[in-house]
Design a protein around this ligand. Structure first.
Ligand SMILES: *Cc1c(COP(=O)(O)O)cnc(C)c1O
Length: 396
């Protein structure tokens, strides 16, 4: 019993009444692209392990090597005595990969966005005049919104991927330094931002352009470098190691003064323990593999296009997906839950995503493809969708 259990229980009961209460369900890896669950083994279409690296032997081996060489924990925050040579080696590799002068490792992607964006906004608010202005895509990740909140900045939201709307908002005379924040690939829709268009607008309005590459790093761009590489005018690129790179942690890459300012002024970097050596080993091995994975990236893109065709054939929309993230947007929560349940019976894991994670009326299965799948796995998914959807559509 805790002092406020009655309060917590009341909140949970309200969630249950809405049919939106959630609970943790354990899974274990069970071969390529598969997990075992209490219901048996399922082909996993809900993981962000897009390249199948989370269970790659080279990553596990180097994680073990680094644990043996450097220990299992860094022992301190980076500025105290937690900076080991491998932290700096990975930072140099990320800076090179992203084509930026410098990079900084962060604890997680959530922490990176919340901590880095907040610190940059605070710094940009220094000096006379009003505070900074933040222009944020309507579908930006929760962590980016958290960064704005931490800095006490109320973001101006532009309609998703609508650069004309953004231009309209930017046309109002500025009251402070400006930031534009977007994802390069959107986590729930699987579509891409127009980065060149955003860079041009940022240039025109002297705005700092901040791009989250969580879902592009490793998967898209030449050699898996992401979508920002080669586009001038992007001030900061953020990404994670927790998705296609198969382990954990995050990074930002930017100019040397930007990175040095974060080292000195970002509480989300300063007051947390450095990434542990085994994780650095896994990252290092993933970065070694990345340039050689063109065939895997091509297969992933081809399978995603095939899956979109299947869904469109069933009359199911896929938002603006052009990547390995293919949302099957079915609309109602009941239809999404029903379809997820039917797929589960057929041996496929595809978790329903509902409000508040996505807007009302756009409940979906977020189908995430992985290089760990093969063509037969995709054929099974297509067959199960074709078998399940007609009855659900009639009931919807
Ligand atoms: C997953 C995600 C993050 C958070 O990354 P973690 O390393 O999992 O904390 C940040 N931004 C976007 C767009 C994401 O999808």
């Amino acid at each position: 019993m805790s002092r406020f259990d009655a309060v917590f229980t009341a909140a949970l009961t309200a969630r249950q009444a809405e049919g939106r209460a959630r609970a943790l369900r354990p899974v274990s890896p069970a071969g390529p692209g598969r997990v075992s669950t209490p219901d048996g083994a399922l082909i996993n279409f809900s993981s962000n392990d897009y390249l199948g690296l989370a269970n790659h032997p080279a990553l596990a081996a180097r994680a073990a090597d680094y644990a043996a060489a450097w220990g299992t924990g860094a022992g301190a925050s980076r500025l105290i005595c937690g900076t080991l040579p491998p932290h700096q080696a990975i930072e140099a590799r990320i800076a090179a990969l992203k084509g930026k002068p410098a990079a900084l490792l962060m604890g997680t992607g959530w922490q990176a966005n919340a901590g880095v964006l907040a610190a940059l906004l605070r710094l940009a608010g220094n000096g006379p005049g009003a505070g900074p202005e933040l222009f944020s895509d309507a579908l930006n990740h929760n962590s980016l919104i958290a960064g704005a909140r931490l800095a006490g900045v109320r973001p101006r939201i532009f309609r998703h991927n609508d650069l004309a709307h953004l231009a309209e908002l930017l046309a109002v005379p500025p009251t402070g330094r400006r930031f534009i924040v977007t994802e390069s690939v959107f986590s729930m829709d699987g579509d891409r931002a127009d980065l060149a268009g955003l860079a041009a607008l940022a240039d025109e309005h002297d705005a700092f352009l901040y791009v989250d590459e969580a879902h592009a790093t490793g998967v898209l761009g030449e050699g898996g470098r992401g979508l920002c590489a080669g586009i001038p005018g992007i001030d900061l690129v953020m990404g994670t190691f927790s998705k296609a790179l198969g382990s954990f942690g995050a990074y930002v890459a930017a100019s040397r003064p930007t990175i040095d300012a974060l080292i000195n002024f970002a509480p989300g970097f300063i007051y947390t323990t450095a990434l542990p050596p085994p994780v650095l080993g896994a990252i290092d091995a993933a970065l070694d593999l990345l340039p050689g994975l063109d065939a895997a990236r091509d297969a992933l893109a081809a399978r995603a296009a095939g899956l979109r065709d299947v869904l469109h054939g069933l009359g199911i929309g896929t938002a603006g997906s052009s990547t390995q993230i293919v949302p099957a947007v079915v609309g109602s929560e009941a239809a999404a839950l029903g379809l997820a349940a039917r797929l589960r019976e057929a041996g496929l894991l595809a978790v329903a995503i509902r409000p508040p994670t996505v807007p009302e009326g756009t409940s979906r299965l977020r189908l995430a493809l992985s290089a760990a799948h093969d063509d037969r796995d995709l054929a099974e998914l297509a067959g199960a969708l074709r078998a399940a959807w007609p009855a659900l559509r009639r009931a919807a």
